[in-house]
Design a binder for this molecule. Structure first.
Ligand SMILES: Nc1ncnc2c1ncn2[C@@H]1O[C@H](COP(=O)(O)OP(=O)(O)OP(=O)(O)O)[C@@H](O)[C@H]1O
Length: 261
């Protein structure tokens, strides 16, 4: 398979503390890879290494065959969009202005936005259902509306790879379903590669071709969505009990916490 991202022996220390140790995995074009694991496991740190926010790591990250250490921030932004965790994202921009920033990596210093750029912005606003809010300031929106605006900016960036840190935080059930459908379609119909941190194992399993679990900075599990819904595996990852429920309406078991074993 054609790997668009290849991570080899990635380790990182923050403030002198080892946070990630010897992480290796790959993602193919069109693949949806979920990163799961307990709080503090290193999921956000991994996404920040991939997105170029952290550069003080050892090992290698190859993006479309290029060593990421040789890519400029603009090169990376043309290949990857990044939706950070929702917290702390108070931003004075309007929705439309934020989504327009998704086009900046494609502009040179001497060009202004073209019809194509404006149509990418309109399309992203339409697909995420936030067209009615386009003139509103981000700090006047609800958490879920703001979340959709950041997802729209990533879609407008029109990159081969999307990195998302907990994309469904703040979203109600309808919007979770919409985001999951937009993201699955980005992979299936448009060949995009997604690496997304998820806390909801049902959402991770429903979207993913591959699930990677981090625990205390190391990969403790890597497998298919089906394998990730095994309750014994989940207990090893999260140190708590899970129950799986089977229904004919859903191809994978549904997972809830609880039970004695
Ligand atoms: N700048 C920093 N200096 C020192 N330690 C840090 C720094 N940033 C993060 N950490 C620590 O690194 C560990 C991993 O953090 P990270 O945010 O990657 O975890 P996470 O798996 O995304 O957690 P959560 O599910 O709670 O969002 C945590 O113990 C955190 O306290």
């Amino acid at each position: 398979m054609n790997n668009i991202i290849q991570v080899r022996n990635l380790s990182v220390r923050l403030s002198g503390t080892p946070i990630l140790e010897d992480i290796s995995f790959e993602a193919a074009a069109g693949e949806y890879v979920s990163i799961i694991g307990p709080n503090g496991a290193g999921k956000t740190t991994l996404i920040k290494c991939l997105s170029g926010i952290y550069s003080n790591w050892t090992g290698s990250i190859s993006i479309e065959g290029n060593d990421s250490k040789n890519l400029s921030h603009r090169d990376i932004a043309r290949l990857q969009s990044y939706v950070p965790q929702a917290e702390g994202r108070m931003n004075p921009l309007t929705v439309e202005e934020l989504v327009a920033t998704g086009r900046y990596p494609h502009l040179s210093a001497f060009t202004t936005m073209t019809k194509g750029d404006f149509s990418a912005i309109d399309d992203a606003l339409e697909r995420t259902g936030i067209q009615p809010f386009r003139k509103r300031r981000l700090n006047s929106l609800s958490g879920g509306e703001r979340q959709m605006a950041f997802i729209a900016a990533a879609l407008a960036q029109d990159t081969k790879i999307l990195l998302l840190d907990e994309p469904s935080t703040f979203l109600d059930y309808k919007h979770q379903a919409e985001v999951s459908s937009i993201l699955k379609s980005a992979c299936r119909d448009h060949g995009r590669t997604i690496i997304a941190v998820h806390h909801d194992i049902n959402m991770a399993a429903a979207c993913s071709n591959k699930v990677i679990a981090l625990k205390a900075g190391s990969i403790i599990f890597s497998g298919t969505a089906q394998e990730a819904t095994d309750t014994t595996t989940l207990k090893k990852i999260y140190d708590t009990n899970f129950i799986s429920a089977f229904t004919s309406a859903h191809p994978l078991p549904l997972i809830i916490t609880g039970g004695d074993t």
